[in-house]
Structures are given as C-alpha cells and as structure tokens.
Design a protein around this ligand. Sequence first.
Ligand SMILES: Cc1cc2nc3c(=O)[nH]c(=O)nc-3n(C[C@H](O)[C@H](O)[C@H](O)COP(=O)(O)O)c2cc1C
Length: 252
Amino acid sequence: MINDYFKKRKTIRKYSQQPVDAELLKQLIEAASEAPTTGNMQLYSVVVTRDEEMKRQLAPHHYFQKMVLEAPVVLTFCADFNRMDKWCEASDAVPCYGNFQSFLSAMLDVTIFAQQFNTAAEMAGLGCCYIGTTTYNAPQIAEVLGLPSMVLPVITLSVGYPADAASEPEVERLPIEAIMHEETYHDYDEARIRELYAPKEALAVNQQYVTENNKATLAQVFTDVRYPKANNETYSKVFVDFMQAQGFKIPF
Ligand SMILES: Cc1cc2nc3c(=O)[nH]c(=O)nc-3n(C[C@H](O)[C@H](O)[C@H](O)COP(=O)(O)O)c2cc1C
C-alpha cells in the first residue's frame, strides 16, 4: 500500500489553470512543518510566489524553465538561521551559527521540510517540480525575494494541478540492490556497475538521449553536457561566496 503512492508519483511540469487554494497551501506547509528538524529548531523558511511580476523576476535566474512562469505557485525554500539568531539575541543568548556545521543542519532541515511538502502536495492531488537552479543563482534569487543575512535560497518547487499527468515522463530507478547495503558498504567493481546500470542504459529514451547529445555513453551526457566540471566549479564558487556574504563563514 505504501508503494502504491510512491510508485505512481512523478514530477509534474505542466499545470492546469485551476488555482491553488490559499487555505490548502497553508495546510500543506503546516503539514510539512511537522517534519523532523535539528533540535526542533526548524532552520528553514519558505517564500510563496503567486504574483506574475515576481515570477517574471525569478524566471531568468531559473534560466526561464517554463514551470516558473506557468505554475500558479512557486515556492522558494530557504535554509534560515536568521529567525533563530534573532530569537537568541532577544533572549540574552549569543548565536553561534555562522559555521559549516550549522549550515549543514539548516540544509538538512530545509530539504526534509521541502520534500515533506512535496509528498503532502502530491497526496492532495497537486503536482510539483523541483527546480535545481536555485543554488546556481542564489545571490540574484535572494535579491528578488529580499532575503536577509543568514538566509540562503536552496530549493524551488513549482506547484499546481497537473494539466495532463499521463503525458509527463515516467522515470526509471536503479534496482534496490544498487542502493541498499547490508551491514557494511559493499563497493562496486566494474562488472557490477555495468550490470546495475545496464537496464537504465538500455531504455530507448536514454539511448535517444545519448544520440541527441552526440555522446558515446549515457554517463557522458551527465559529465559532458548536463553537469560538466566547469559549471559545477563556477556554481560552487558563486554559492560559497554568497554563503560568506550572508554570514556563514566557510570553512568555519
Ligand atoms: C534537487 C533537484 C533538482 C531538480 N531540478 C530540476 C530542474 O531544474 N528542472 C526540472 O525540470 N526538473 C528538476 N528536478 C526533477 C528531476 O528531474 C526528477 O525528480 C527526476 O528526473 C526523477 O523524476 P520523477 O520525480 O518524475 O520520478 C530536480 C529534482 C531534484 C530533487
């Protein structure tokens, strides 16, 4: 029964005109806030964007991925130590959270919170899409949303009712044996890797992907096209510089 929902769920990138009720959205955010967090500190915030002009301002920083302009609701989930720091300062306690460990705590809290929202929303019949460009252009997104020091935008979700769920792609997963290790980690030799990734590589859609990108293997589409070294390094620098500007001193 548990697997029924999870097996059927998928990312939704096309939305109908049906608006998302404000009360429902609040209920879903409240449900997400029941997720576990570090020391129950709730080191996150979420900024709700419904206004068309605000979406237009966010869109270029998500490289105009159509969901940002077309979804009725866009949510930006932020790792947030600002509220906690202010509470400490108002309570004769000295905040000490501008370090890497605290950053990790806030990242974990916000990720779990966002995913709990995603699950609750899908269970309520909505469709969502994670938009990973948030960390690429965090400084610009923070500016649009007016994020203060100690707040970092890390996850964006577009949310709305599916226009045509059946037409959204169903994406494969690695077999359970690939991801689950009993007692200790059992490292993979090349033959095992080949075996575990073979079904994925054999899918027509993935073979087409290799051809379209003029590559020899599916892995090369990831290393050379989707997530290449130069981009990873550029975005790393942008984000680390921004973390420092926002008050997280890295490495510590
Ligand atoms: C952190 C993260 C970032 C993502 N970024 C994007 C994105 O920028 N654009 C997009 O269309 N999908 C994005 N996705 C959605 C994934 O492509 C999708 O979850 C994955 O292909 C599996 O498909 P499924 O969710 O339908 O099972 C992202 C997902 C995650 C978790």
